[in-house]
Design a protein around this ligand. Structure first.
Ligand code: SF4
Ligand code: SF4
Length: 104
């Protein structure tokens, strides 16, 4: 399933999205994240999934737009570190990022 972590406001929607079916729990995204936004642990949205999956730290969810800003220098084509690190392609960002920065 796709787990959404973040918030929506008048300026857009600001979510880091983890596809838990693709996530292997390898932790490479958390290692690559310069803002310590990501963690690997139990799947809080699926109690039947016993495998560890990535998520956004609870304390980061209401400020994700700002925590992730250093990775979004503007109109670049380089994917963010978390997306680059994730070999299974389990991470994406919501429309707000795409509209503001021209990329996922
Ligand atoms: S890098 Fe990708 S596969 Fe590995 S824990 Fe992060 S989201 Fe999951
Ligand atoms: S966009 Fe940057 S700060 Fe946000 S989760 Fe990914 S690597 Fe971390």
């Amino acid at each position: 399933m796709k787990a959404f972590f973040g918030f929506k406001d008048g300026s857009g929607d600001w979510f880091v999205i983890i596809d838990t079916d693709r996530c292997s729990g390898c932790g490479k995204c958390a290692e690559a994240c310069p803002s310590n936004v990501l963690q690997v642990g139990e799947d809080e949205y699926d109690p039947f999934n016993e495998e560890p999956v990535a998520s956004v730290r609870e304390e980061e969810r209401k400020k994700i737009r700002y925590s992730c800003a250093p990775c979004q220098p503007g109109y670049g084509e380089t994917p963010t570190p978390c997306i680059t690190a994730c070999e299974p392609g389990a991470i994406s960002h919501s429309e707000g990022w795409k509209l503001m920065y021209g990329r996922q």
